[in-house]
Design a protein around this ligand. Structure first.
Ligand code: PMV
Length: 310
């Protein structure tokens, strides 16, 4: 709890994360429980900082993103605020000011850092000091991937909350920005459509549990080659399920596909890098020392904007 103007404030800082095995589909929509487990890395170099305080001006909760206009708080934010209202009995509306050092809503996992930063700000505001497991569960109610952002390093989510798995020294992640466009189909709507209409998705559900065990083993063994191949396959499978949805959902664009081909060309004689895409066209490239400078330079020289993430 802190204050510069005399009014009580709560501050939360969090980071986005990128999944190596993706969560796609909900078991319980109300509670927002993922249908399958996932494994991600929290991206320390990207962050969201959120400051909250009570404000009765609008009569309801409002959010300001950066220097933007005040907006009514969305349903994801309202879910986590409601949780703290349930704990404390407080009913006063909030003014939420939030800033990120990366572009929002273009598949850079902004809801993960946005919702987890809000949860941390609420915990700070009320002085509730919730344990990490509970902070992760509450974050999940707003955004499934946000549950993983409560922890640093590599994080595994089996069911209702994220858990720290390990660090992988020397692993490097950067984003190749191909578009700043807002995604056309939100993840909640996309997941629903895929679960209802894609037969490929049913096949994914049969294999994803085993894939998660393999991914955990490759990470713990530091087997970069096997890890990189499985990461690319999982991203491709999620996007294939999106395309198999009806009407189809296209998160990748022509440039995303070119980045995919570039990585395969880079990996021709040795696996140096992996790509993975969330619900948007921007690529995350995962590599490690000592290949990192060569892999990064490859994309820089092609004129792409690069965002260092880990
Ligand atoms: O947490 P949401 O609703 O933003 O959904 C996340 C979905 C993916 O980013 C595509 C996959 C994942 O596990 O992060």
């Amino acid at each position: 709890m802190s204050s510069t103007s005399g009014a009580r404030e709560g501050v939360g800082v969090s980071h986005p994360n990128i999944a190596f095995v993706k969560y796609w589909g909900k078991k319980d929509e109300g509670e927002n429980v993922p249908l399958n487990g996932s494994i991600s890395h929290t991206l320390n170099m990207l962050h969201t900082r959120t400051v909250i305080r009570h404000s009765h001006a609008a009569g309801h909760d409002v959010i300001r993103y950066g220097e933007g206009e005040l907006q009514r708080a969305d349903s994801k934010a309202e879910k986590v605020i409601a949780h703290f209202r349930g704990l404390t009995g407080d009913r006063a509306p909030f003014l939420i000011c939030t800033e990120s050092n990366f572009p929002p809503s273009c598949g850079l996992a902004s809801s993960a850092s946005g919702i987890s930063a809000l949860v941390l700000a609420l915990d700070d505001f009320y002085g509730t000091n919730l344990p990490a497991e509970e902070l992760s569960r509450v974050s999940r109610q707003g955004s499934g991937s946000a549950a993983r952002s409560i922890h640093k390093g590599i994080v595994q989510m089996r069911d209702t909350h994220g858990e720290f798995l390990c660090e992988w020294p020397g692993l490097k992640i950067f984003a190749v920005l191909v578009s700043g466009e807002k995604k056309r189909v939100g993840s909640t709507e996309g997941m629903k459509r895929t679960a209802e209409t894609s037969s490929l998705f049913r096949q994914r559900q049969e294999g994803v549990g085993k894939r998660l065990c393999r991914m955990e083993a490759y990470i713990l063994q530091r087997d970069f080659e096997a890890f990189a191949l499985l990461t690319m396959q999982d991203s491709n499978e999620m996007h294939a399920c999106c395309m198999d949805s009806f009407p189809p959902i296209f998160y990748l664009n022509e440039q995303s596909r070119r980045v995919i081909e570039d990585v395969h060309a880079l990996n021709k004689d040795q696996v140096r890098a992996a790509y993975t895409f969330d619900a948007g066209p921007n690529a995350f490239i995962i590599t490690r020392e000592p290949a990192y400078p060569q892999v990064r330079r490859h994309f820089e020289e092609k004129g792409y904007d690069i965002l260092d993430a880990l």
